[in-house]
Write a protein of this length. Sequence first.
Length: 96
Amino acid sequence: MNREELLKKLLDMLQEDKKQSLRSKIETAMAEEAAKAATPAEGEERAMRFLKDLDIFVAWRGADFMYSRGIAETLRVGEDIWELAYQFKQAMLCEA
């Protein structure tokens, strides 16, 4: 799955009025990840890994998701991705 397909999959989980705000946050975070790389190819790889990790965090439910915050720092991701996933989950809950 390429970047746009995965981003679309994530954003399709949200209400229309939440999509643009979270898309901007995701793209900003991906750009920050890419900027840490030594080469453009490595930057794209880091950005895509961030998006895939975000997809994993968003897919976790309830207690598993809450527990994941405690382990986020020990993984290759930081707590910032967890915070973004949390905002994403809040926007998903608004659909009800």
